[in-house]
Design a protein around this ligand. Structure first.
Ligand code: ATP
Ligand code: MG
Length: 347
């Protein structure tokens, strides 16, 4: 069986360290180490317009930002097809056919859709396109017959609904579509990295992010302002790790070698945590350590990005070629779908 990988991001802002640990890091690892037959990475502009239809400049500008982020973390256009969703109109057509396979009430019950509607305070004025998010995502995945979808945990209900739509399609029209599987990060914290404000999810729309392209001063300022343990007031007070964002980030980023480089009094994260829980370790010291780790992790990404920014035509060429390639593949699936649905009148 063929293994095809598909993922994407909404061009609603630059990518942040939540994207990095939740999905990007896995994509690069799979790109370099897995046996696969195709890898597609989509900049989901059509999807982003469903809740940003009144701000097209924002979406347009962020296509460049997201593409730069991809290349700077190590996505290799010779191995992965990077494309823009709206340049593959087959995806919109598939979305329309799949809309018949899902009910409005099922869409309302999707936990991710529910949470995102609440977050955006749509109340009763939900754009129909936004409600159909899981349907368009199913079109994106199935157009490439993707079997593996590396995502953060918030996307699990989306993938579940995609599988339902695929099963229904295959039952009615014949076995054409492939049921996708979510590939989650290995560690719990990376599945949903919290925001620097302690909010359950770092998200572009919530403005609680450390961006991959942040300069060194911004990273330091954000880390030093991070939410920790409100009960840890004096250094000697016992500290708590639950809900302590600084320790969540350490779980996501810290490796044993960071101690010998930046904090040699401890040999691993367990020792540091033990001291914090017992009392006697200041938040400032832990934050300084986290800052050193993030600076060392993000510096090469930022420097590569600065290089890429000097040659934007190169990047646009990658997007153009990638979108042409994606369209070619999606058109083959669309033809199969239309044949199965008996709407291939003159072929
Ligand atoms: P928006 O607020 O516009 O929805 P976002 O920050 O949620 O933006 P998306 O483009 O919706 O980002 O998500 C892209 C991918 O990154 C998805 O696979 C999602 O699961 C993953 N992701 C986003 N935020 C996080 C996070 N905080 N932790 C782990 N993974 C994340
Ligand atoms: Mg999102």
């Amino acid at each position: 069986m063929k293994n095809v990988i598909l993922t994407g991001d909404r061009p609603t802002g630059r990518l942040h360290i939540g994207h990095y640990v939740g999905s990007l890091r896995k994509r690069v690892e799979m790109q370099n180490n897995c046996d696969y037959d195709g890898m597609f990475i989509m900049i989901a502009d059509t999807q982003a317009l469903t809740d940003n239809y009144d701000d097209p400049e924002k979406i347009r500008g962020n296509i460049t930002e997201v593409a730069l982020d991809y290349l700077s973390v190590g996505i290799d256009p010779s191995k992965a097809t990077i494309f823009i969703q709206s340049l593959v109109p087959e995806l919109t057509e598939l979305t329309f056919y799949y809309m018949n396979l899902v009910t409005v009430s099922r869409l309302h019950r999707n936990p991710t859709v529910k949470a995102e509607i609440q977050m955006r305070k749509f109340d009763n004025s939900i754009p129909a396109g936004f409600l159909c998010y899981p349907v368009s995502q199913t079109a994106d995945i199935t157009a490439f017959k993707a079997s593996w979808v590396p995502v953060g945990e918030d996307q699990l209900p989306m993938l579940e609904q995609s599988r339902e739509i695929v099963r229904k399609f295959n039952d009615i029209y014949g076995n054409i579509l492939v049921e996708p599987k979510a590939i989650l990060p290995d560690s719990q914290v990376c599945k949903r990295l919290p925001g620097i404000d302690g909010n359950a999810k770092m998200s572009k729309s919530l403005g609680n992010c450390i961006y991959l392209s942040d300069d060194s001063d911004s990273i330091k300022r954000k880390v030093m302002s991070m939410f920790t343990d409100p009960l840890h007031i004096k250094i000697d007070d016992p500290g708590h790790l639950g809900g302590n964002t600084v320790f969540s980030y350490l779980d996501a980023f810290c490796k044993n070698e960071h101690f010998s480089c930046f904090l040699p009094e401890y040999s691993n994260l367990d020792e540091l945590k033990e001291h914090y829980i017992k009392g006697g370790l200041s938040d400032v010291k832990v934050k300084r350590f986290l800052n050193e780790i993030l600076q060392s992790e993000l510096k090469p990404i930022r420097e590569k990005r600065l290089e890429l920014e000097k040659n934007l035509p190169y990047m646009y060429e990658i997007l153009k070629k990638g979108s042409e390639n994606a369209q070619r593949v999606a058109s083959l699936t669309l033809a199969e779908v239309k044949k199965a649905m008996k709407i291939n009148y003159f072929s």
